[in-house]
Structure formats: C-alpha cells, structure tokens
Design a binder for this molecule. Structure first.
Ligand code: SDX
Length: 395
C-alpha cells in the first residue's frame, strides 16, 4: 500500500513503498520486517537486527558468521580520519564530529562514490556490501573517538569481540587490558540499539532517502541522516529530556512546569510523536531496561522526576486530548546518564543504531526499479506577476 499523504501544515509530501518497518501509530505497534519490536528486543542482538533490516531476513548461521566477521574487521578507521577528528576544538559537540567524520569518509572511498566511480557502482552486491560492512563497523569507532576527544583522552583502537561490547572497550576510561564492561550494561545498550535501529520515514531517514535519490555517495547520505538526527526535536530529544528534568529539579516543581507546557512556554521533551498517538512501544521497553541498568549503576534520581512527570501528564486532559505519550527518548537519556555518558553524547548513541535502518532504506531505494529523484512540491503563498519598478535610485 503506497502511503501518499499531503498536509500543507507539514508539507509531508512523501510517498514511498517500503517493506522495512511497519508502524501502527494508533495501536502502538512497531515491527521490523514483520517481527515485533518486543520480541526482537527480548531475543535478538543489534547486529542480527541490522542484518534483518538490511537483507530482509534473519541470517542463517553461515550468513551470520560472515556478516559478523566482515563488520567486525571493518571497525578500524584511517589515521588521516583520526588526525582530522583530533583537529576539532576540545569542546566540539560529538554529533558535529560524527557528521563531519562520516562525510569525510566519502573522500577516502572514491570507488564508492557514484560521482567518481560511475552511476551504477552500487549495483555489484560485493561493492554495496563492502560499504555496509565499513559503515556499520566504523560508526562505533568514530563515536568512541568523539567521546574520547571530549574527555581529552587518546582514542582507543577497536578490539575483536561483540559489536556493542567492542564499543565499550573503545570508550573505556581506564584503557587497561583488564577492563571488562559489565554484561548487563552491554546487553542494555544492545537492546537500546535494537529499539533505535529503524523507524520508517522519520525525518532523518527521509533525509537519507532524499540524498540517495540523487545518487549521492552512501557516506554523505549517512552524514545527512546524522545531521537531521542531530536536531533537538528528533535525535537530540534524549539530550533535551535530561536538560528538562534537570531544570525541573524536584517533583514539587512539576505542576508549575506542566502549566508552562500548557501555556506553550515549554515543550514536554520526550513526549509526543507524529505517528504514535498512543504509547510508543519502544518507551515501554526502555523503561524496563532502565530498571536493569539501575541495578548495576545505582538509581538515577532524575528517573523519579521522569516517572512522576509521566504519571501526571498521562492523567492530564490537556495531554490526553493532544494524544501526547512518552516516546523512545523520554527514558533513554536517564539510562545513558546512569551509565555515565555525557548528555551531548546521547544523540550519538541514537545515531549508531539508526545507521542500520538508513542502510536498509538506501539499499531498498537502490533496488527500486521505479526509483526517481525525490522532488516534493510546495504550496506557493507569495506574490504573482508583479511589474518591475525601480524603488531606489542606485548609483
Ligand atoms: C523521535 O518520526 C519518528 O519516527 C521519530 C523517532 C524515530 O525513531 O526516528 O521516533 C524519534 O524523533 C521521537 C520524538 C523526539 N522529540 C521529542 O520528544 C521532542 C518533543 N516532541 C515534540 O516536539 C513533538 O511531539 C514531535 C516533534 C515529536 C512531533 O511533532 P508533531 O507531530 O509535529 O506534533 P505537533 O507539533 O503537530 O503537535 C500537535 C499538538 C501541538 O499543539 P497545538 O498546536 O495543537 O495546540 O501537540 C503539541 C503541539 O504544540 N505538542 C506538544 C508536544 N508535542 C506536541 N506540546 C508539548 N510538548 C510536546 N512534546
């Protein structure tokens, strides 16, 4: 069923056939390639879900071994890229570094750039998969390097091991060989990666599909998606939720904050969604992950404010009437804080897994026999047919 909708208020003029994610916003349903998000979060791993999203089926054992090996042998990145990242200011926002580094990667791989290697350079499955392995593999390394940069430490090299476990090794402060990330935290982040991997034609995925439709190289497409996700109304919302909860400070201040939201002086960050007009199914799972993380890291006090805020909002006619429910970002930031990540790193933790969804949409677009460059129309609201008259004497 082609979803074609046009709403002047939002200029949503996108029509796209896709078989990657199914969302029922009224019922709060999310499926990846037909599998429920609840079951994938419980039974799968992020890298297996990435395979499912990109290739359409869960991998056989042979496919899994090859895919895992290929991705994990592409986790290193060039020294020149490291040097470029080291040239950023000490306080550069990690997302700004991530977008720049991913875009810079296109200059390292001319063979993967249709502008240089020919319009059909992705037709060869081997060439296309090479980019998929490289981007999935290097994303956590770039992310970890941006984290190390912000704390003024040397960048860590990747080690061979589990995808998400390896990410922890590259982040670790101690950088000593005995460091072993806590298995509960590795699993918690892996589940969060599954939840953030794909979500149909959201703002950033639409950006990737727009760029892909111009046959822009995949690294620049991914950088474009990350640039969209950087926005506080999209992937930056988890960071914005933390700022909001910190600003509220105590449960006593919640009623006054809710009044400000009703007066449009504030937004309830982490609430609301263009598609979900019911509870975001991912938010329920994130809340469960939070409890597991707090068992290990200790309870994050902001969670009490978040839970009280949710209870009040869910019972307030204003939010009920506008169908505002917690979305995936409402609790994820509190978990990342408990795990010790700095707030400006949270959008990067959203970006790493969403790359799997972007790659799936890119590949799906390339295989679309009717593919055309995306060219939405506007509703023109300006003047028409005016005659020119000189307004000011110009010398
Ligand atoms: C993500 O699209 C995706 O799938 C995105 C995502 C993904 O996985 O890719 O799910 C990830 O981006 C989740 C959303 C994260 N952003 C936030 O939590 C920021 C806070 N949320 C809002 O900015 C807002 O809800 C959006 C941006 C998420 C959705 O905006 P819409 O669909 O354009 O909603 P809207 O602005 O039309 O809202 C309808 C009404 C408005 O009031 P009225 O004009 O009717 O009086 O609800 C109000 C809005 O003012 N409203 C809010 C609100 N969200 C909507 N009021 C207060 N706080 C909010 N959070």
């Amino acid at each position: 069923e082609v979803t074609r909708y046009f709403d002047p208020g939002y200029m949503n003029t996108v029509n796209c056939r896709s078989s990657i994610a199914f969302i029922d916003g009224e019922k709060g349903i999310l499926e990846y390639r037909g599998y429920s998000i609840e079951e994938l979060a419980e039974k799968s791993t992020f890298l297996e879900v990435a395979f499912l999203l990109i290739y359409g089926e869960l991998p056989t054992i042979q496919q899994w071994k090859k895919f895992n090996k290929k991705v994990m042998t592409h986790t290193f990145h060039h020294n020149e890229l490291r040097n470029m990242m080291k040239s950023f200011r000490y306080d550069a926002h990690p997302m700004g570094m991530f977008v720049s580094a991913m875009s810079a990667l296109s200059t390292f791989h001319p063979e993967a750039n249709p502008a240089l290697a020919g319009q059909n350079c992705y037709d060869d499955p081997i060439a296309r998969n090479k980019q998929i392995y490289r981007i999935l593999g290097t994303a956590p390394t770039i992310a970890a390097s941006s984290y190390r940069h912000r704390i003024g430490r040397e960048y860590n090299s990747p080690r061979y091991g589990g995808y998400t476990e390896n990410f922890f090794y590259m982040l670790d402060n101690l950088n000593d060989s005995d460091f072993k990330p806590h298995p509960v935290l590795v699993r918690a982040l892996d589940v969060l990666f599954i939840l953030h991997a794909e979500h149909e034609l959201n703002c950033s995925t639409s950006a990737v599909r727009h760029l892909a439709s111009a046959n822009t190289d995949i690294y620049t497409c991914i950088a474009g998606g990350a640039a969209a996700l950087y926005g506080p109304l999209h992937g930056g919302a988890n960071e914005a939720v933390l700022k909001m909860l910190t600003k509220i400070g105590t449960k006593d201040n919640i009623p006054a904050f809710i009044e400000k939201v009703k007066n449009k002086e504030e937004k309830l960050m982490g609430f609301g969604h263009r598609v979900y007009k019911n509870y975001d199914p991912r938010a329920k799972i994130v809340r469960k992950v939070a409890e597991e993380v707090f068992e290990v890291c200790g309870k994050e006090t902001l969670i009490d404010i978040a839970m009280e805020l949710e209870t009040i909002a869910l019972n307030d006619p204003y939010f009920i009437e506008k169908k505002l429910y917690p979305n995936v970002d409402f609790y994820s930031g509190v978990i990342y804080k408990a795990m010790g990540f700095p707030p400006d790193f949270y959008p990067v933790l959203f970006t790493i897994p969403r790359i799997a969804g972007w790659l799936a949409h890119w590949s799906e677009f390339l295989d679309d026999k009717d593919k055309k460059i995306v060219r939405p129309r506007q509703i023109y609201t300006g003047h028409r047919k005016r005659g020119y008259e000189l307004k000011v004497e110009r010398d």
